[in-house]
Design a protein around this ligand. Structure first.
Ligand SMILES: CC(C)(COP(=O)(O)OP(=O)(O)OC[C@H]1O[C@@H](n2cnc3c(N)ncnc32)[C@H](O)[C@@H]1OP(=O)(O)O)[C@@H](O)C(=O)NCCC(=O)NCCS
Length: 167
């Protein structure tokens, strides 16, 4: 089945909000749970509109039969940090391990190179082996750790690794 990777458009806002509720319920690796990311459809559409106006930033969707199955974002900083950009990624659980994460990350790296971004940075749960393996495959290196990055509902803390890709 064909997987298409394309830039998100404001009309995708409703589907993205539903997608975030799905992935939030499937993993504890993200900053939100089954409630999804706290944003309205109008706000999400506005954010995508703004993002698409600024060529260095991008939100990519992986779709299968027009359904969103993955998402990756890159957001460049400005001024003296304009050489750096923040990266985020997710894939629905049913599609894990099929190379969709790899495809999304390839797309983001291509985009970053095209826009003179020199460093892609991310934060990942230190126990998120699948994601860390994906990042290592592309040459991301651990530059540090952030103890107590998450505080879960049961009041336990989760440590994160900080990883950079130097392009
Ligand atoms: C992390 C995530 C985006 C990876 O997406 P994916 O489509 O499964 O990624 P891929 O299939 O392209 O590659 C995953 C890599 O992990 C490997 N992998 C598979 N199962 C694994 C496991 N149990 N433990 C460690 N690595 C594993 C794969 O083999 C592959 O590495 P390889 O190419 O060297 O074989 C996806 O699992 C996800 O959305 N997780 C929940 C959200 C999340 O953690 N986001 C990242 C936050 S920083």
């Amino acid at each position: 089945m064909d997987i298409i990777i394309r830039k998100a458009q404001p009309e995708d806002a409703g589907a993205i909000i539903n997608y975030m509720k799905v992935i939030g319920s499937e993993t504890d690796n993200l900053s939100f749970g089954s409630e999804g990311f706290p944003i309205s459809q109008e706000e999400e559409a506005g954010l995508i509109h703004e993002k698409n106006k600024s060529p260095r930033n991008a939100l990519f969707l992986a779709t299968k039969n027009e359904r969103i199955i993955g998402k990756a974002s890159i957001e460049a900083f400005s001024c003296r940090m304009a050489h750096r950009a923040e990266f985020g990624i997710s894939v629905v659980k049913a599609e894990w391990g099929r190379g969709i994460g790899r495809k999304l990350l390839e797309t983001v790296i291509q985009h970053a190179k095209l826009h003179q971004i020199e460093i892609i940075e991310l934060e990942v749960r230190s126990d998120n082996e699948r994601a860390i393996r994906l990042y290592n495959n592309f040459g991301f290196v651990k530059i540090g750790a952030y103890p107590k990055y998450f505080k879960m509902n049961d009041s336990s803390y989760v440590d994160f690794d900080l990883m950079n890709l130097y392009l």
